[in-house]
Design a protein around this ligand. Structure first.
Ligand SMILES: Cc1cc2nc3c(=O)[nH]c(=O)nc-3n(C[C@H](O)[C@H](O)[C@H](O)COP(=O)(O)OP(=O)(O)OC[C@H]3O[C@@H](n4cnc5c(N)ncnc54)[C@H](O)[C@@H]3O)c2cc1C
Length: 285
C-alpha cells in the first residue's frame, strides 16, 4: 500500500513524495515563496538497528542537499526512527552525527516528540546534544500535564522549543483529555515561551491561537525574527499565505518517503473531514 500509485494520489496533499528529489523540489518552491522548511524523512519505530542506520544516512543525504542547494531548511527527526527502541547508545551516536553535520552547514536538527513514554529520554538527549554542540530544537506537547515544567527547564538551558498540541493517543493520567483544556494550556505555554524562550516555534493551525500569537507579539513589540510559526505541509494553506504576506516567518514541516502510513493516519485522526477527502479521492481513482 505504501508504494502504490493510487495511495500516492491520496497522500500527496500531505506528503511531498517518495524521494528526496521530490522533497527538494517542494522545498525550493516553498523557499521561493518566502517559506522555510523542515525536511522529515518518514519512518518511525524502525524494526532493527540497520534500518535506523539507513534512516540516519537518508538524513545525511538530506543535509547534503540543504548545503549544496542552499535550502532554507532544517531537518526533523524521530528518535524511534534512529534506533531508540533498540539501543540508546546507537541512537545517540546516529543523532550526534546528524547534529554535527547540521552544525557544520549552519542548520538545526528538530527532534520531534513522540508518545509520552519517550519524553524523558528525548529531552535528556536533546539537553545533552544542545550542551555539547548547539543546533537542536526540542518539541513540547501542550496536552501533557508535565509540559509547563519541561518548558521552564528548556528555557533555563536556552534550548529552542517547538510548541505543538500533541498528536498521540494518551491516557488522562498524563494528558488533558478535553480539547479546550489543551488549547488553554497551549496559550499559557506559548506566553511563557515568548517571555522566556529562545527563538520559539509556534506550531499550530488553530486560527485563534495564531491570532493570539500575532496580537501578543504586536503588543510587546517582539520582532518577527525572534520566533517563527510552523505548520504542516498541505494544511491551512490560506492561513500560511496570510502569515507570510504579513511579514511573519513560517516554516512548513514537509514529510517525504515511503513510510507514510502512521503520519497520514495521524492527520486523518485529527480531522474527520479528511476521511471524506480520502474516500472521495479513492472513488475518483
Ligand atoms: C510543524 C509541526 C510539527 C509538529 N510536530 C509534532 C511533534 O513532534 N509531536 C506531536 O505529537 N505532534 C506534532 N505536531 C502535530 C500537533 O501536535 C497536532 O496534532 C496538529 O498540529 C493539530 O493541532 P493544531 O494545533 O493544528 O490544532 P487543532 O485544534 O487540532 O486544529 C486547528 C485547525 O487546524 C486545521 N487542521 C488541524 N489538523 C488538520 C489536519 N490533519 N487536516 C486538515 N486540517 C487540520 C483545522 O482547520 C482545524 O480546525 C506538529 C504540528 C506541526 C504544525
Amino acid at each position: 500500500m505504501e508504494t502504490s500509485s493510487a495511495a500516492e494520489r491520496v497522500t500527496s496533499r500531505f506528503i511531498a513524495g517518495h524521494t528526496l528529489e521530490r522533497e527538494v523540489s517542494v522545498c525550493r518552491r516553498l523557499n521561493a515563496e518566502g517559506i522555510l522548511a523542515s525536511l522529515d524523512h518518514l519512518g518511525e519505530s524502525v524494526t532493527s538497528l540497520q534500518e535506523a542506520e539507513r534512516s540516519r544516512d537518508a538524513y545525511l543525504s538530506a543535509l547534503d542537499q540543504i548545503a549544496t542547494l542552499g535550502l532554507k531548511a532544517t531537518v526533523s527527526i524521530k528518535l524511534t526512527q534512529l534506533g531508540l527502541d533498540f539501543s540508546e547508545a546507537e541512537c545517540r551516536a546516529n543523532v550526534e552525527q546528524l547534529v554535527q553535520r547540521a552544525k557544520m552547514i549552519g542548520t538545526t536538527v528538530e527532534v520531534d516528540m513522540e508518545s509520552s513514554a519517550y519524553v524523558d529520554r528525548t529531552l535528556a538527549l536533546v539537553s545533552d546534544l544542545h550542551a555539547r554542540f548547539g543546533g537542536v530544537r526540542a518539541v513540547v506537547q501542550a496536552y501533557l500535564y508535565r509540559s509547563e515544567s519541561d518548558i521552564e527547564d528548556l528555557c533555563r538551558q536556552s534550548i529552542p522549543v517547538r510548541l505543538c498540541k500533541g498528536a498521540y493517543q494518551e491516557l488522562s493520567d498524563v494528558a488533558f483529555p478535553h480539547k479546550p483544556d489543551v488549547d488553554r494550556n497551549y496559550v499559557r505555554l506559548m506566553t511563557k515561551l515568548f517571555e522566556h524562550g529562545t527563538y520559539p516555534a509556534i506550531a499550530s493551525h488553530d486560527e485563534r491561537i495564531v491570532q493570539r500569537a500575532v496580537q501578543y507579539v504586536r503588543e510587546r513589540n517582539i520582532a518577527p525574527d525572534r520566533f517563527e510559526f510552523q505548520m504542516l505541509y498541505g494544511i491551512r494553506r490560506d492561513l500560511q499565505r496570510q502569515l507570510v504576506a504579513r511579514g511573519n516567518r513560517l516554516r512548513l514541516y514537509v514529510p517525504y518517503g515511503d513510510a507514510w502510513y502512521p503520519y497520514f493516519m495521524r492527520r486523518l485522526a485529527e480531522r474527520p473531514a479528511n476521511v471524506l477527502f480520502l474516500v472521495r479521492n479513492l472513488l475518483k481513482s
